[in-house]
Structures are given as structure tokens and as C-alpha cells.
Design a protein around this ligand. Structure first.
Ligand SMILES: Cc1cc2nc3c(=O)[nH]c(=O)nc-3n(C[C@H](O)[C@H](O)[C@H](O)COP(=O)(O)O)c2cc1C
Length: 228
């Protein structure tokens, strides 16, 4: 069974339900109540749905979260790092080799400081890398240094429905869940390849709702060193 983001109603249900409009987690007031002061990594990998990550980053930043964006090289083909820098108000990690943090190695100190990480969109390639422990881009490298027992890592896959249904992808998803990653989506609907199928990334609203549910839980007793 897939390990899905905890739901208020039914934790065993795969995926999550959208919040009602009245409880919208994307509403600035609501967001502020649960993300202020939280350190969140948004990893962006190379899929069309990268544009939806802009909304996630913007809403988190408006809610007072300390948002760091990391992008794979492929992701920068879809949305520029400058867009995420402007939305988050912070430098964007696009390479393991460019030092953004003064601390060395920077991916370790960043990983330790996080309250939650989300990868949206998570490509087929990203799922394969994470399922096999590869770390050859800055997103997978940062994730490799996160202690998932205390810091949730949520993956929001997004891909064409045939890519999603490949045995390799399904095998990787199963492995990732067994390894303690949380999955949100994908949903069904219109895809960039102009077909309707399963593989569409969950909407920002749903993803923000999932983040909220993690932050509604009691904090892990293991204190994390704060970045600032
Ligand atoms: C126009 C275009 C759109 C793509 N969209 C997706 C996508 O939605 N999901 C996906 O898994 N791969 C998609 N790909 C393929 C990835 O970009 C490719 O596998 C890349 O190597 C992923 O690298 P990354 O995982 O390091 O970001 C797309 C490629 C192109 C050229």
C-alpha cells in the first residue's frame, strides 16, 4: 500500500482530498498559522508542472515560511531560477558546486535545518534516482542528507500516464514508500501531452493542504539547528 500524506480523516487512503474552499490552506491567513518560521525545501525537477511549483513557493513565502528552492538542470529549462528567487526571496540552488551557504558542505547543513522537503514536480527520472540512492544533481543530493525519521520528504510525481504506468516507475514508487518517502498524487486529468490520464501533478492547493497536515502534528523532539 502506498504511504500517502496523512489525512485528517483516513490516513490509509492513497493521495489526499482537496480542502474545502472555507479551509483553503492557500489562504494567506490560514497559511500563516501553520508555516510561519518553518524551513521548507521545494525541490523542482524537469517537468512541465514546474510552473505549479511557483504557486507553492509563493504561497509558502507569503505565509512566512523560510523557503529554499533547489532545481535540477532540467527544471531550469521550464522555469528560470530567477522566478523562484523572486518568489522565495532567497537564492536558488541549481548546482552542488556553487556555494550559496557559507557552511561546507552546504547540502548537509541545509538538509539538517529543514522542517519539511517537497519535490514538485518529481519526474520519472527523479523517482528512479531516489529509489536507487543516486545523488548526481543538487535536489537528490540535498534529499540524500535528510533524516526522514524526523523530517518528512514528500514527492509529488508528474508525468505522462504511460510514463507513470511503467513497471519501473511503479516499482520505484513502491520502493520509495517502503523507504519512508511520502507521496502525494499524481491525479488524473488533462496532461501536457494533450491526453487525459493519470500522472498529472496534484494541485498546489492540495500540496499546501498536505504540508499543513505535517505541521499540525506535534514537532519531533529532535531539535534541529536553525540556519539563522
Ligand atoms: C518538453 C518536455 C517535457 C517533459 N515533461 C516531463 C514530465 O512532465 N515528467 C517527467 O517525468 N519527465 C518529463 N520530461 C523528461 C525530463 O525532463 C527528463 O527525464 C529529465 O532528464 C529529467 O531530469 P531531472 O529529473 O534531473 O529533472 C520532459 C521532457 C521534455 C523535453
Amino acid at each position: 500500500m502506498r504511504k500517502s500524506v496523512p489525512s485528517n480523516r483516513d490516513r490509509s487512503t492513497a493521495g489526499i482530498r482537496a480542502e474545502t474552499a472555507a479551509q483553503s490552506p492557500a489562504d494567506p491567513e490560514t497559511l500563516r498559522s501553520f508555516v510561519t518560521g518553518r524551513r521548507v525545501l521545494v525541490g523542482v525537477t524537469g517537468g512541465i508542472a514546474a510552473y505549479k511549483a511557483c504557486t507553492i513557493v509563493s504561497r509558502l513565502a507569503q505565509g512566512g515560511a523560510d523557503v529554499t528552492v533547489a532545481m535540477t538542470e532540467a527544471a531550469t529549462r521550464f522555469v528560470t531560477p530567477l522566478t523562484f528567487q523572486s518568489l522565495s526571496g532567497a537564492p536558488v540552488y541549481t548546482s552542488a558546486w556553487d556555494q550559496i551557504e557559507s557552511k561546507d558542505p552546504q547540502h548537509i547543513s541545509l538538509a539538517r535545518s529543514l522542517d519539511l522537503a517537497i519535490v514538485a514536480p518529481a519526474t520519472m527520472d527523479c523517482l528512479a534516482k531516489l529509489a536507487t540512492g543516486r545523488t548526481d544533481d543538487v535536489v537528490s543530493l540535498i534529499l540524500s542528507a535528510i533524516e526522514r525519521a524526523s523530517t518528512p520528504v514528500v514527492l509529488a510525481p508528474a508525468m505522462n500516464d504511460i510514463m507513470w504506468s511503467q513497471k519501473s516507475t511503479q516499482r520505484n514508487v513502491k520502493q520509495l514508500v517502503e523507504d519512508g518517502f511520502y507521496m502525494i498524487g499524481p491525479g488524473e486529468g488533462w496532461q501536457a501531452c494533450r491526453t487525459i490520464g493519470t500522472g498529472r501533478m496534484s494541485e498546489p492547493e492540495e500540496i499546501l493542504g498536505a504540508i499543513r497536515r505535517f505541521f499540525d502534528r506535534p514537532k519531533s523532539p529532535a531539535a534541529k539547528p536553525r540556519k539563522k
